[in-house]
Design a protein around this ligand. Structure first.
Ligand code: NAD
Ligand code: GLY
Length: 377
């Protein structure tokens, strides 16, 4: 149950924030540590798998900001702490960049106990996780997510992947990290647009799982955008609790886990239709949630006010709420190749009551109405 009052406006509280969320997956269970100053807190880095070598995988943007502090945190635990810096961007989430991780590991004769540390956003996290799943048939890895999106979503749950020229995230594995360490202070350097994109994934958890959380986000959207650490800690903690619960029930997405894709069917069409990188993933998801909310209303599952509520919150989060003018045919074509389609039928995550979601098909004419209502002409 979330309080619906605003968080106290304290951007740097005197006492460090410490929260832990557990992901329960039997002998692959792990903790998500959420807090301020975690990069410099020895307690956060204690008790990880022992090894001779740790390898920090980061990129050319995040490395210069935070790799030296991560290195200092790891030096007491590992005889060698190596770093590999990858080029920054979704365009580099590919086999050639993955090969650079393997080359760094093999070039330094890293053994099968080597622990990988993914320092960066979802791109670094997904690629490092996949490298960890494959290197010597599996080495441990730790997620150190530095974007809001990666702290509330991609670092948790073990989906790892690279892109293929024929499809996004098409080559990958389910492979869980041994710990996730979310230092909220790293969000201070995140560009505003990336923060808003992360907020889309935070907002997502309200309609699908927790009506009180939706109300809490509405009451706290300004402190969240102002990077108030108390508000961010609440948002990351509740998001991770919900994701941990869903993943604990359905790790490999045989059913329930698909609800985490609320807004993603429309969103993926926007991303693919414009060309990846034009809109950020979270921006496309935000706009997609408005469309999925409208579809839920047109299906008679939710009242019309729900659509205005989702649109209003996405706008206040700094997200675009009008889809690009791809044309209905192109949207439909792109949604048909979505991973959730079955036998050519497009399936959507719809809200059937506030805090509850399910997968459902919809008549094509209705989907066309939604597109006409929410996309630029
Ligand atoms: P990203 O990793 O590209 O990071 C966004 C940008 O912010 C990059 O330029 C990055 O270098 C920069 N950055 C990261 N941390 C920073 C910081 N603290 N200060 C300044 N700049 C910083 O994007 P993202 O939104 O974090 O992740 C998107 C990726 O996540 C996509 O590839 C998507 O497919 C994947 N994803 C995976 C899952 C999953 O379950 N595995 C879920 C959602 C998304
Ligand atoms: N981001 C959706 C999932 O992890 O399943």
């Amino acid at each position: 149950m979330m309080p619906t009052t605003s968080a106290a406006p304290s951007s740097s509280p005197a006492a460090p924030i410490r929260e832990t969320v557990r992901v329960e997956l039997g002998d692959r269970s792990y903790d998500i540590l959420i807090g301020t100053g975690l990069l410099d807190d020895p307690a956060a880095w204690a008790g990880l798998p022992k090894a001779q070598t740790a390898m920090i995988v980061t990129n050319t943007t995040v490395g210069p900001l935070y790799a030296a502090r991560l290195q200092a945190a790891l030096v007491p635990h590992y005889a060698r702490v190596l770093t590999v810096e990858l080029p920054d961007g979704e365009a580099f989430k590919d086999a050639a960049t993955l090969e650079r991780i393997y080359a760094a590991l093999l070039g330094a004769t890293c053994d099968r106990k080597t622990v990988l540390f993914a320092l960066g956003g979802g791109v670094v996290g997904d690629m490092t996780g996949f490298a960890a799943a494959c290197y010597m048939r599996g080495v441990p890895f730790v997620q150190v997510p530095t974007t809001l999106l990666s702290q509330v979503d991609s670092s948790v749950g073990g989906k790892t992947a690279i892109n293929h020229p024929l499809g996004k995230n098409m080559i990958g594995a389910f492979y869980q990290p041994v710990r996730v360490i979310c230092d909220l202070d790293t969000l201070d350097t995140l560009p505003e647009r990336e923060l808003s994109a992360g907020l889309a994934e935070v907002i997502k958890y309200g309609p699908i799982a927790d009506a009180d959380f939706l109300a809490w986000i509405e009451a706290n959207i300004e402190p969240l955008r102002a990077r108030d650490k108390t508000a961010l800690a609440q948002a990351v903690k509740r998001s991770c609790q919900i994701k941990a619960q869903v993943v604990g029930c359905d790790e490999r997405e045989s059913g329930l886990r698909a609800i985490l894709n609320f807004g993603h069917t429309f969103g993926h069409a926007i991303e693919a239709g414009l060309g990846y990188g034009e809109w950020l993933h979270g921006e496309a998801v935000g706009c997609g949630m408005v469309m999925a909310a409208d579809l839920s209303a047109r299906l008679g599952l939710m009242p019309a006010e729900f659509v205005a509520r989702v649109r209003g919150l996405c706008e206040r989060a700094g997200l675009p709420v009008v889809g690009p003018a791809l044309g209905a045919e192109r949207y439909l074509q792109l949604m048909q190749i979505d991973k959730k389609s079955e036998g050519g039928e497009i399936r959507f995550v719809v809200i059937d009551r506030l805090g509850s979601a399910r997968m459902q098909g919809a008549p094509e004419a209705m989907v066309r109405e939604v597109l006409a209502a929410h996309c630029a002409a």
